[in-house]
Ligand binder design. Structure first.
Ligand code: ZN
Length: 257
């Protein structure tokens, strides 16, 4: 065997070894999670069997790419299931999705304040979830309390974790501006902005059933109406048909059918 061939073979073996070392392992879906999904995630219950299986495998790919860490708490199976489901729900319309801007989800027991201190007092400003920038880039912080509350009532159009994942989708184009360019075609962005401003005006005038927090800015508007879209699609279609149409197209999911 020539020395060149030997060196090439060693090189190939080394590349394969390093690749195996860094390749993230996708674990099989634990069968006991099926019950957790069925009893807690309405979106999953509505899927047909084939899509439920697809949903499960998408969850496991997500969990192989993003680490969930408990801060002063032990992460339970239900936490993993709800976080992975929240990640997949907004992107289930796409064949494949990787949250390249997320490495960690840090799970806090409670709501927290600007310095990440826990806040139980309801009269104070409390943060239920956030996606980091700067030092906190590629990290999402979630309150377990808010995560579970988001799935306990599917009619309130309130789901903190889905809200945060939609912020990540919005951020993927480099700007947190409520225009998710990665999933929204260019020709729709101007009409989308007009619609946002019109709907925010309605919130200010007290003429809207969209949560007032959505009027904070364009990015919050997108996340708030996405919670509405994924929790009450039929209601959104009947009360805000234009909004429904744009979101259904962007997320490639016609949930109100
Ligand atoms: Zn937000």
């Amino acid at each position: 065997m020539s020395p060149i061939l030997i060196i090439s073979l060693i090189g190939i073996a080394l590349i394969l070894f390093v690749f195996r070392l860094f390749k993230k392992e996708v674990k099989p879906f634990p069968s006991k999670w099926e019950r957790l999904l069925k009893s807690n995630v309405h979106y999953y219950r509505e899927l047909n069997k084939k899509d439920q299986l697809r949903f499960q495998s998408r969850m496991m790919i997500f969990l192989s790419e993003v680490k969930i860490e408990g801060i002063e708490l032990e992460v339970e199976d239900l936490d993993k299931v709800l976080i992975a489901a929240s990640a997949i729900i907004p992107v289930f319309g796409f064949e494949e999705w990787h949250y390249n801007n997320l490495d960690y989800v840090l799970l806090y027991p409670e709501y927290f304040g600007a310095d990440y201190e826990y806040i139980k007092d309801k009269s104070k400003t409390r943060i239920a979830g956030m996606v980091g920038t700067g030092d906190m880039a590629n990290r999402m912080i979630l309150s377990r309390h808010a995560l579970r509350l988001g799935f306990s009532n599917r009619k309130d159009r309130y789901n903190t974790a889905i809200h945060e994942f939609v912020h990540l989708i919005d951020m993927l184009d480099g700007e947190v501006d409520g225009i998710p360019k990665i999933i929204m075609e260019h020709q729709y962005t101007i009409p989308w902005l007009d619609l946002i401003h019109h709907k925010i005006e309605d919130i200010y005038e007290g003429k809207s059933d969209i949560r007032p927090y959505g009027a904070t800015n364009q990015a919050e508007f997108l996340s708030v109406v996405s919670e509405y879209f994924f929790e009450r699609p039929k209601m959104l279609r009947s009360k805000h048909p234009q909004l429904y149409k744009v979101l259904a197209k962007a997320f490639q999911q016609n949930l109100a059918k």
